[in-house]
Design a protein around this ligand. Structure first.
Ligand code: ZN
Length: 339
């Protein structure tokens, strides 16, 4: 890392219509905005951009988040400034559809309200981009003002969905299943992080309790074949972030060539690839495609399939889905990619 590709392959990936369905807006914080605010503090590139950098733990990752980005996101305006750069970068890489999440409890520390932040992010989206906005919350956020905020969020019209994130090893509390159920009733799409820092049992617990159809990461499902089979049988999709998994030293992933996305894909699990927190991993969506090609021998045809999976799981009308899928297959055919 970082990954580069020969110009022909890079051009192929660039023009392949793609999606990004696992992108934390705070974790995508544009460094240029931080530098503008404090040129002295942010004079040199962050240490985690070094080629061989790997986080020692999720706690270290969260410490970096606090050190670099937490203070930045203190108003709807800041979210808009960041989203403008982040979403333009998505479009510049050939993204047609993006799902981004913001950290819901961040609202507890700002004057602007949830709908203001959602509107700010939405207003930053280039016209050609389909954008869906999610509110992310941790396992232990349903307390005091956080509880009110979570309840309130279910009424926000502009909010497309909710996501469970943060530390996986904090117990999943009883409120969660109830909130996820009521979110669905309120027309929100509900997904959850699992199977990144906890194993396949946790993926099963999340499927049992939250009844989600999309898992963020889920890569440790391969620790138990029965869990993988469940993902296939119940048509559960995984929004995978391969470079993130390597940089965060996820259990069982010592290097990209050992990443379980190869096994998951080969066995027929619906997987998408995404950049997660590109500021903290120094990655881009294109590099995720290069990584799969270079270290896991994904062919062009297989990468086309991965791009198609993104549109298959996207929260769009069936007409839109058919149009996107036709566009991808038309592109693939025109490029002479064998089926
Ligand atoms: Zn994530």
């Amino acid at each position: 890392m970082p990954y580069t590709a020969d110009p022909k392959f890079a051009d192929f990936i660039q023009r392949l219509p793609k999606t990004e369905t696992h992108l934390h807006i705070e974790g995508a914080c544009p460094f240029s905005l931080l530098q503008k605010l404090d040129p002295v503090k942010y004079a040199s590139p962050p240490p985690f951009w070094a080629d061989d950098f790997r986080y020692e733990s999720f706690n270290q990752f969260m410490d970096m988040y606090v050190e670099y980005c937490a203070e930045f996101y203190n108003s709807a305006k800041r979210y808009q400034e960041a989203a403008e750069i982040v979403l333009k970068k998505c479009v510049d890489q050939g993204c047609r559809y993006v799902e981004t999440s913001f950290h819901l409890p961040a609202l507890l520390y700002m004057e602007d309200k949830g709908p203001d932040v959602i509107e700010a992010i939405r207003s930053a989206a280039p016209e050609s981009l389909e954008l869906r906005i999610f509110a992310g919350m941790c396992h232990n956020d349903y307390v005091d003002a956080g509880k009110e905020l979570i309840e309130d969020s279910l009424t926000w019209e502009g909010l497309d969905g909710i996501d469970l994130h943060g530390w996986e090893d904090i117990p999943v509390e009883p409120w969660t299943a109830d909130v996820w159920e009521r979110a669905r009733k309120a027309g929100k799409f509900a997904k959850a992080h699992a199977g990144e820092f906890m194993g396949s049992d946790f993926v099963e617990l999340i499927l049992d309790q939250l009844k989600v159809t999309r898992i963020q990461h889920g890569v440790r499902s391969t620790e138990n074949q029965a869990t993988v089979q469940r993902l296939i049988d119940d048509n559960i999709a995984l929004d995978v972030c391969p470079i993130s998994n390597v940089k965060l030293a996820v259990n069982g992933i010592p290097s990209m060539d050992k990443h379980p996305i190869r096994q998951l894909f080969d066995q027929g699990v619906t997987v998408t690839i995404n950049s997660d927190d590109p500021f903290f991993f120094g990655n881009s969506l294109s590099e995720e495609y290069y990584a799969l090609n270079q270290d896991l021998n994904f062919t062009q045809a297989e990468l086309v399939q991965i791009a198609m999976n993104g549109f298959k799981v996207a929260l769009i009308s069936e007409d839109q889905r058919a149009a996107y899928l036709k566009e991808v297959s038309g592109y693939s055919e025109a490029e002479g990619v064998p089926r």
